[in-house]
Design a protein around this ligand. Structure first.
Ligand code: FES
Length: 115
């Protein structure tokens, strides 16, 4: 028997226009946002936005206090594990990958989809 599961995504919109989002989230900044009951880390690189879980899957340090290196990896502030901000893949360290969330910059703001 095959079961089909559908992931229901909730969509949130930050800002009111592309310009307001660009102003709110400066280039290469790492921000904490709360959407529903989830803490999310939001990163901007040029005109791209990446959203992923707020806390490190290793020991739970806040990733929004981490730093971004020049290969677009977030570096956890506690033990310096590194994660690719696009895929969430762990690049240095031994722990699960990050949960990532789709983002889309639209005329009415930045849409972030959360399951
Ligand atoms: S808590 Fe993030 S690397 Fe250990």
């Amino acid at each position: 028997m095959i079961e089909y599961l559908s992931k229901v995504m909730k969509k949130y919109t930050l800002g009111t226009s592309k310009e307001s989002v660009m102003k709110m989230i400066p280039e290469r900044s790492v921000k904490k946002i709360i959407l529903g009951d989830k803490n999310i880390t939001l990163v901007r690189v040029a005109a791209e936005f990446y959203a992923f879980q707020g806390y490190c899957p290793h020991r739970g340090a806040p990733l929004y206090q981490g730093s971004l290196n020049n290969t677009n990896e977030i570096i956890c502030p506690l033990h310096q594990y590194r994660f690719d901000i696009r895929s969430g893949e762990v690049k240095a360290g031994a722990c699960p990958d990050l949960e990532t969330f789709p983002t889309q910059l639209k005329d009415q703001g930045l849409e972030i989809s959360i399951p």
